[in-house]
Design a binder for this molecule. Sequence first.
Ligand code: ADP
Ligand code: MG
Length: 252
Amino acid sequence: MLEARQLTKEYRSGDSRLAVLRDVNFTVPDGAFVAIVGPSGSGKTTLLGLLAGLDLPTSGSVHMDGTDLSALSEDRRAQLRGAKVGFVFQSFQLIPTLTALENVQVPLELRGDDGAPARARELLTRVGLGDRAHHFPNQLSGGEQQRVAIARAFSNAPRLLFADEPTGNLDSDTGAHIVELLETLNRESGTTIVLVTHDLGLAGRAQRIIRLADGVVVSDAPTTAVSDAPTTAASDAPTSGGTPPAVVALAR
Ligand code: ADP
Ligand code: MG
């Protein structure tokens, strides 16, 4: 479970202080799929950084499975992230000189995982890219690069996945496929997903939408009405219908 309590973040510039987040409160239960939406500059990226323990609040707290992240040393926070957290960014952030397979393998090897190559291949297959393992990022479409980034983010079988505008550089159909993939991974692996997006249509695929404006939560509600909406996915989409194969193994 992830809890934000009275979360406040201020930045100083000279004598003045700018409150980027103010008294943010919410709880994300294990296994949830939550979207955070809000205009540019409303504090979404700052909030994700605090929730993930990359940055510390000015006041208030984030509790990850009952642990107050502010009470941990930087090293312990890094350990906790390594054990529990995955990230996906708008800009994919793949290493350009490494193949898709190698990009997914890197974090596994850093952890000393003996089965890294096999595991990386399994992860790529899970995101529908088993046949692109030896492509370099510039030989992949934006959507494919984001799938590689998602496979990489799942390499530590995270309990929590944070995605900051993961569809921001993709056309709307491709973006919809990426959110569908995240939804499938959430459902099949039980990984809690916190997704930041500008796109309300995509946010509607989450179970719940938290809206930010000027650093304040202005609404927080389930997306029940949207769940029956027809999918925007094309019929040949790799993630439509019963695919990808059981992603349960990702959570091992
Ligand atoms: P969003 O992701 O919703 O676009 P951000 O969280 O990136 O918003 O930024 C929220 C506000 O905080 C913006 O006004 C931004 O300029 C400001 N901000 C973000 N990071 C810093 C920083 N390191 N120092 C000062 N101001 C910052
Ligand atoms: Mg942002």
